[in-house]
Design a protein around this ligand. Structure first.
Ligand code: SF4
Ligand code: SF4
Ligand code: SF4
Length: 233
């Protein structure tokens, strides 16, 4: 009888330990799904929702067409701006036109440099699907969808042209296209002890989502409204 109880106890312990460990790994993904990625300088979410007047000025002036406004399916956020990083990240423009255009300060006007931005933090969700981990070069099919992203002006065209230049090459798109001015402080490629070359998110990542947009394998996402310390330490 005692043995059965001990076996049951061990089974319950293993079950709850698995739930706990699973929770740790699943939490960033769940959080990323329910919290929207806001433009640079956005106030804390509740304050942002209370002060944004849904004027769309930030959306209008963004030269990269990074911003969209939530529709009626997002009831409490309807009309507010967000970024779908897989479609177009934020390129951290000089002078932040979106911030300057915001009439209410919902996008904080004291944001003046990329170092002031804190949108979230990038997260490599499936390292084994990264092209360099698999030792594969970038094929044109890998970039087919990305090269269809918005291409309405010179800035957008130059960005897509740079990405297209990786066809046939080893991938380091995420690390090389990061718009943070000192990008090696935000993301680097490093060689693991097993000899695989992999991207590594560094402490200055601001969660702009450009690496998530341009990754040909789609293995990077942004965890909105979290910082490096919260996710990696
Ligand atoms: S910083 Fe530039 S790319 Fe980013 S949302 Fe603002 S205007 Fe758009
Ligand atoms: S690593 Fe660079 S490109 Fe990726 S989210 Fe961070 S700052 Fe943006
Ligand atoms: S962009 Fe970065 S994460 Fe994506 S396949 Fe290339 S090296 Fe890997």
């Amino acid at each position: 009888m005692k043995n059965i109880s001990r076996r049951k106890f061990t089974a319950y312990t293993c079950f709850f330990a698995a739930l706990f460990v699973g929770g740790i790994f699943a939490a960033p993904r769940l959080y990323a799904k329910k919290t929207p990625l806001r433009p640079p300088g956005a106030l804390e979410e509740r304050e942002f929702l209370a002060t944004c007047i849904k004027c769309g000025q930030c959306v209008q002036v963004c030269p990269y067409h990074s911003l969209s406004m939530f529709d009626i399916t997002q009831l409490n956020s309807i009309g507010t701006p967000y970024i779908d990083a897989r479609k177009r990240g934020c390129y951290l423009c000089d002078l932040f036109p979106c911030v300057l255009a915001c009439p209410t300060g919902s996008l904080r006007h004291d944001i003046t440099s990329a170092a002031d931005v804190s949108m979230g933090v990038a997260f490599v969700k499936d390292m084994q699907s990264c092209l360099t981990y698999k030792k594969q070069r970038v094929a044109s099919e890998d970039l087919a969808q990305i090269l269809k992203h918005s291409n309405k002006n010179d800035r957008e065209a130059q960005t897509l042209e740079r990405v297209g230049g990786y066809i046939g090459e080893e991938c380091s798109i995420c690390a090389n296209m990061c718009p943070y001015p000192q990008r090696e402080q935000a993301i680097v490629m490093f060689e693991s002890s097993e000899g695989a070359v992999l991207p590594k998110i560094e402490s200055k990542c601001v969660g702009c989502g450009v690496c998530a947009e341009l990754c040909p394998s789609g293995v990077i996402s942004v965890i909105p409204r979290k910082n490096y310390e919260e996710i990696y330490r």
